[in-house]
Design a binder for this molecule. Structure first.
Ligand code: LMR
Length: 330
């Protein structure tokens, strides 16, 4: 296949995936718009969102219909939560790091090195404290339907990062999270909160020097193309709150609501079972596409852990010592 044909095929595939559920709703059906910021075809959130729409649109045909808007095409980071409260969108899956203006408790998910790996994070979200946190913003009108795991995060920059001191003086894009800001400051860097859809351009033009993300985001948004390399720090978790508004949920007929909640639970289970493999595939995709990955020696890893320890103390009273303890013990 020629290069042009390959590019066209990839483009057609990407278009058909991103709009696959946009026009399937019949007149008269209750329509729920699901907006998110990630893209590509192999990203865990893209796959989970499309699976949800696929199942609801088949199994609840005539009763409920989901339209998916990926890649910030409907709302980006800064507007989506407000849009949910206004009823302009009905389902979201933002990163747990983006709720600082509504609850401080979700800071627990951002504490550096609190989860050894994604399995530890899943154990915590399945615990009673984790389940309770789904309701942390019920007073605002947000309803947590489940946690969608995405992966551990890694630092990338325009130079190789082996120890935190390598990040001294560099600017790092972060999500809108106070914990993330404190973490970058602890490394001697300067944190720059920024919407996800602006990250590639900011890295390319040098507005920021680095960022932190999962293999799936680094691959599908091509960050590796505009960075020297990515370092396997696994310093934080990226997971999403799969959510809706109480206004939308309460407005559904009881039987429709019950079926929607049942499918939502099953989709969450399936999505989380398949995340690790997706992350490993996207790690391999980065290497295949010419991206560089730096692994850490145990001594180097210990310096990252040590540097970030003070961050925990700083947020203990905001988050709650008990909550931190149960997450750390998971
Ligand atoms: C980010 O802003 O880096 C992530 O939250 C994007 C996402 O939703 O995976």
């Amino acid at each position: 296949m020629g290069k042009l044909t390959t590019t066209l095929t990839a483009l057609t595939l990407a278009l058909s995936v991103s709009t696959a559920f946009a026009s399937e709703c019949d007149p008269g059906e209750v329509v729920a718009k699901l907006s998110h910021v990630t893209g590509g075809t192999t990203h865990p959130k893209v796959v989970a969102a499309n699976l949800l729409a696929d199942r609801v649109n088949k199994e609840m045909n005539g009763k409920l219909c989901i339209e998916v808007f990926p890649s910030s095409t409907l709302f980006g980071d800064s507007k989506e939560l407000e849009a949910l409260l206004l009823g302009d969108v009905q389902i979201l899956a933002p990163s747990l790091s983006k709720f600082g203006s509504y609850t401080r408790q979700y800071g627990v998910f951002d504490l550096p090195f609190i989860f050894k790996d994604m399995d530890a994070a899943i154990r915590f979200t399945n615990s009673s404290s984790g389940k309770e946190l789904l309701n942390a913003m019920n007073n605002v009108g947000f309803v947590g339907l489940g946690y969608w795991m995405s992966g551990m995060k890694y630092f990338s920059a325009n130079k190789a990062l082996h120890v935190p001191a390598d990040a001294e003086g560099l600017k790092f894009r972060v999500q809108s999270s106070d914990v993330a800001k404190a973490m970058i400051a602890a490394m001697g860097g300067s944190p720059q909160p920024m919407a996800f859809k602006e990250v590639y351009g900011a890295l390319q033009t040098g507005v920021v020097d680095g960022q932190e993300n999962t293999w799936s985001n680094i691959y599908t948004k091509k960050f590796f193309e505009v960075q020297d390399s990515t370092t396997e720090t696994s310093h934080q978790l990226l997971a999403y709150l799969f959510m809706t508004s109480s206004e939308f949920l309460d407005g559904l007929e009881p039987a429709v609501r019950e079926q929607f909640l049942k499918i939502s639970n099953e989709v969450t289970q399936t999505a989380n079972e398949n995340v690790k493999a997706k992350e490993q595939n996207n790690r391999a995709n980065i290497l295949k596409a010419g991206g560089k990955i730096n692994s850490l020696t145990p001594e180097q890893r210990a310096t990252w852990v040590e540097t970030m320890k003070p961050v925990w103390k700083k947020f203990e009273s905001d988050i709650g010592a008990d909550l931190i303890k149960s997450a750390a013990e998971a």
